[in-house]
Structure formats: C-alpha cells, structure tokens
Design a protein around this ligand. Structure first.
Ligand SMILES: Cc1cc2nc3c(=O)[nH]c(=O)nc-3n(C[C@H](O)[C@H](O)[C@H](O)COP(=O)(O)OP(=O)(O)OC[C@H]3O[C@@H](n4cnc5c(N)ncnc54)[C@H](O)[C@@H]3O)c2cc1C
Length: 445
C-alpha cells in the first residue's frame, strides 16, 4: 500500500485508511473533510446527519484507543489552526481547535506567555489533547483541560454553542474532557500566565528510595515524576520547580546526545534487540537505566516539560488515588518479578491534584498516574492485562486515550458524576451523531 504521512493520524493510504500513531488502530471513514472555518465545519456536520453518517473530529491520532476511529465522516483539523485572540487583562488565549500544541507554545512564548502545565510531548492538537484529558505532572497544577476558561463547539444539530464557568456551567463541567461525544470543538480559551523559568533536576534514584520518600518528593516539588525500569531496582527521577533564573538550557551537543541519541536512537536500537531476543531485556534494562546521568537545567516551560518521543510504543495508563500509588507500584513490581514477562520500556509515574471536570481521571480526587508501555510490534496483552488487574483493584481510572478494557458499567462506579455526563450527552446528541464503537463501550449506546 502506498501511503503518505500526515499530521492527522499516522498514515493516509490511497485506499483511505486512517491509522493512529501507535499503529494499533485503523479505520476507513466513508468521507473526509478539512474545514477552513466554523461555518464549513457546521455545514459538514449537518450534511453528514442528512446522509446518515456518524461524525468524528480527529486530532493527530496520538490516542492508543479507538476513540478517534470512525466509519462515517472524519473531520480533519489542519485548516482550523492559529490564535484567535489574546486577552491580556483576563490573561487568556483563544485558539482554533486544530492548533498543534507545539505551535501554541511557540506563539505564546513569542508573546511572553505560557500555559502553566502540559504533558510530555507537543505533537497533539489542542482539541485532541483536551478531549482525552491529556496531563503532565503537578502538585497544584492539573491537566491541560483544567486550564480551559471557555469552549466553542458545533453540536449535533449544527449549531454553535459556547460555554464557560458562567455560561452554561453544566456543559463546561463536562465538555472540557468531552471524549468527542458532545460536539466538535472549534475553539478553546486557555488561561495563560507570563512566561516563567523552570529548573529541572533529573537524577537516577533507587526504586525503594523513591517509594520510601514519595510523599516528601511530591510535597517538596511543584512537578515530580519518575521512570522505573522493569527488571531493575532503578529509576530516573525528574523534579521541575519555578526558578528566578538565569536561563541555563541543556547545551546543544549534550541535548543531542542525551535526548536524541540516548533517549531515542540508542533506545530504539535497544528495543529492536529486545524484540528479537527477549531474554536479553533485563540486561538491557539494567544498562539503559544507568545510561542517563544526573543533570540540571533551567529553561522555559515547554522545553522543560516536553521532549521528542520517536520510539513508537503502545501504552496503558491509569490514575489511582494518590495515597494508593506506592502500594500499587509495589504490586506492579512484584507482578513483573514473578512473571515471565520481558519489558523493555520504563513505567512512568506522575501526579495531578483533584479537579472539577466530570470525567477527568482526576475528577474530585488527588491522583497519581502509572503508565505501562510496550515497544510497538511486541505483544502487550499479557502485561497490560496483569497491570490492569492491579490498577482496577485500586479503583483506577484509565486514560481515555490509552489502552484499557473498561466499560460503562465500570465507569459508572469509579466516576461519581458519570450520569451527569451521559445525561448531558442525551441532551446534546440524542441521535448519537458522534457515536463510535469506543464511545458505545465506555459511555453506553
Ligand atoms: C508519544 C505520545 C506521548 C503522549 N504523552 C502524553 C502525556 O504526556 N500525557 C497524556 O495525558 N497523554 C499523552 N499522550 C496521549 C495523547 O495526549 C492523547 O491521546 C491525546 O488525546 C492525543 O491528541 P490528538 O490530537 O492526537 O487527538 P486524537 O488521538 O486524534 O483524538 C483524541 C480524541 O479527541 C477527539 N477530538 C479531536 N479533535 C476534536 C475536536 N475538534 N472536537 C471534539 N473532539 C475532538 C477525537 O474524536 C478523539 O475522541 C501521548 C501519546 C503519545 C503517542
């Protein structure tokens, strides 16, 4: 099959197949549009409804679940991009829904502004990122969606609806993490702040010490995260805290060596070897976990929070109550140690404070995120099934965009406000124009 790379989804083959970044989801939409305005988008939504097609807007296909898949109308984001407005009194920015996060970050930096917190890459569109609850790590600052001040979307009847804390607060509560189920987002207003500096301290640390000191590491740092390397007792920790400066970025050569060569190039090679010879993985993991040494640097937020991820993988991530994270990790490590699994990708651990978004993984609950990954092309079911059993025993809530097997019945138990979301969906999309198989499973028909 001849194919070309696109910004939206990984591949756009001649036969019209859409694929996600992880390569584990594909779909064949009946029709595709790339609207250049809200009016064009609304027309496309009305046209699809008339023709009996379901509708799905897609971002860059960075979700590992089939949340963005459709056999109906696929709405691509490329022409709905850019900044609409910056309000320096309110300290907000309004962006078109298809804007990639990397463009937003650069445009904001040029204006001396920044988001407060973000995830670890910036390839996604703003609308795709918020729709699944994309988050980074933070003691006080929460997900990207929690930084939203207003939303504009086209609903199933083709009309444009706006919402904020004051305007239709019941829609605002849910639509910030809307799973693509409530409408097509066309613009987002984010809170911004004057750009600031963060000092990052990256440091290898024994697994047992990180778990023993977890509360302290979390309390003492604005943004704490770590990676544990399965088959070892080693982690790499990262602590980001605001700094008065001066700016001390990672040097060009050092950055290339550590962030490109070691974290991507050599890591890719290690994964190839591990895939061909799984028995070598524990030795590779011991080596990889020691390859990166401690470093400290000070830079603007998007350069500290994010880094390139070129090695392709498949991921599952669950939010557990923060107070359960140490126990959950001990169980995960014991499971891996007992098993015959061979895992070449580190486990990532982050945190978020409770927020007020209906289906946010941190809704009403201080949370810790535990993410398990498998190199693309390696069977992941056995590992993810065993990990998921541990996460769900702690009332874990899976990331909406990462592999999981939970359904509406489970979500109605772990989300106290689940019915609030489905009632709003009944009101905004009674005929289920935005339905796909994934939404049928997680929200019900
Ligand atoms: C390498 C990598 C790193 C990642 N890092 C992180 C991380 O640090 N933290 C984290 O939480 N997640 C992370 N993720 C997951 C990723 O952020 C989410 O899956 C995100 O939703 C992907 O955004 P996207 O633009 O690719 O959207 P897609 O995956 O294309 O779509 C996601 C959802 O958004 C909906 N959507 C898209 N546009 C619109 C719109 N205009 N209106 C309504 N709905 C819309 C789609 O229908 C779909 O339901 C990562 C994923 C990868 C592959």
């Amino acid at each position: 099959m001849s194919s070309t790379r696109t910004a939206s989804g990984r591949t756009n083959g001649r036969n019209g197949t859409w694929r996600n970044w992880g390569g584990n989801v594909s779909a064949r939409p009946a029709r595709e549009v790339t609207p250049a305005s809200v009016e064009e988008l609304a027309d496309a939504v009305r046209g699809a409804a008339r023709d009996g097609l379901r509708v799905k807007a897609v971002g860059t296909g960075h979700s590992f679940t089939s949340i963005a898949a459709t056999d109906g109308l696929l709405i691509r984001p490329q022409l709905l991009t850019g900044i609409r407005d910056i309000d320096r009194d309110a300290m907000t920015v309004t962006v078109e829904a298809g804007t990639p996060l990397k463009r937003l970050n650069l445009a904001l930096a040029r204006e001396g502004l920044s988001l407060t917190n973000m995830g670890d890459i910036t390839e996604q569109t703003v609308s795709g990122a918020i729709s699944t609850g994309t988050h980074g790590t933070g003691r006080e600052s929460a997900s990207i969606a929690a930084q939203i001040r207003g939303l504009e979307m086209v609903t199933a009847d083709g009309s444009v609806l706006t919402c904020s804390e004051r305007e239709r607060p019941e829609v605002f509560a849910a639509a910030r993490i809307g799973l693509g189920a409530l409408g097509v987002v066309t613009a987002i207003t984010f809170a911004v702040e004057p750009i600031f500096l963060l000092t990052a301290r990256e440091e290898p640390m024994p697994f047992e010490r990180v778990l023993g000191d977890f509360d302290e590491l979390w309390t003492e740092n604005e943004h704490f995260e770590f990676y544990w390397f399965p088959h070892t007792g080693n982690t790499n920790t990262k602590r980001n805290n605001r700094s008065a400066g001066p700016e001390r970025p990672v040097g060009r050569v050092q950055g290339w060596f550590e962030d490109e060569f070691l974290s991507n190039g050599a890591f890719q090679a290690a994964n190839w070897i591990g895939r061909a010879a799984p028995g070598a993985i524990p030795a590779i993991a011991r080596f990889s976990s020691r390859a990166l040494s401690a470093r400290t640097y000070t830079d603007v937020p998007h350069k500290v929070f994010t880094s390139p991820r070129r090695v392709r993988f498949v991921e599952m991530e669950y939010a557990v109550p923060r107070e359960a994270v140490v126990e959950t990790l001990r169980e995960l490590k014991a499971m891996v140690d007992r098993s015959r699994l061979r895992i070449s990708f580190p486990v990532e651990v982050r945190t978020a404070p409770a927020d007020d978004i209906t289906l946010s993984t941190a809704s009403g609950r201080d949370s810790a995120y535990i993410a398990v990954h498998m190199f693309r092309g390696t069977p992941y079911q056995a590992y993810f099934t065993a990990a998921e059993r541990i996460f769900t025993a702690h009332e874990g809530r899976p990331h909406w965009g990462k592999v999981h097997t939970r359904d509406a019945e489970y979500f109605s138990r772990v989300y106290p406000r689940f019915v609030e979301f489905t009632a709003l969906r009944d009101r905004l999309d009674p005929d289920r124009l935005f339905l796909n198989d994934y939404l049928r499973r997680v929200l019900g028909p």
